[in-house]
Design a protein around this ligand. Structure first.
Ligand SMILES: [Zn+2]
Ligand SMILES: [Zn+2]
Length: 106
C-alpha cells in the first residue's frame, strides 16, 4: 500500500486503514449517502432491518423492532430511553441552584 492509497474509502474498507484521512473519507461517504437516501422513499424489501431504521430514518414497526433487537445484542450501548433519563438527570445537576451553597449554621 503506497502513500497514494491514503484518504480513500476503498483504503478504509479494503485495507481497514483507520488513519485520519481514510476515516474522513469514510465519514464523508456515509454523510453523502445518508443525505441521498433521506430524500428517497424506503424500498419495500428493506423494511425490518436496523440499517433501514438508521440510514433511512424509517420508524415503521418492523424497522423499529429490528433496531431495538440490535441494540439489545450490542453490549455497552444504551437504549434511547435510558439515555434520555441520564440527560434529564444531567440537566437537573446543571440547574442554576447549586446544592453546595448551603449556608453553614453555627
Ligand atoms: Zn489511511
Ligand atoms: Zn421500515
Amino acid at each position: 500500500m503506497s502513500a497514494d492509497d491514503y484518504g480513500y474509502l476503498s483504503t478504509y474498507t479494503n485495507h481497514r486503514c483507520r488513519c485520519v484521512e481514510c476515516r474522513k473519507a469514510n465519514a464523508e461517504y456515509h454523510r453523502i449517502s445518508k443525505i441521498r437516501r433521506a430524500g428517497r422513499p424506503v424500498p419495500e424489501h428493506l423494511h425490518g432491518s436496523a440499517g433501514t431504521y438508521g440510514n433511512y430514518g424509517c420508524r415503521c414497526r418492523p424497522c423499529t423492532d429490528a433496531w431495538e433487537a440490535q441494540l439489545r445484542r450490542t453490549p455497552g450501548r444504551r437504549k434511547g430511553r435510558t439515555r434520555r433519563r441520564i440527560l434529564l438527570r444531567t440537566l437537573t445537576v446543571l440547574s442554576p441552584f447549586p446544592s453546595t451553597s448551603k449556608p453553614l449554621s453555627a
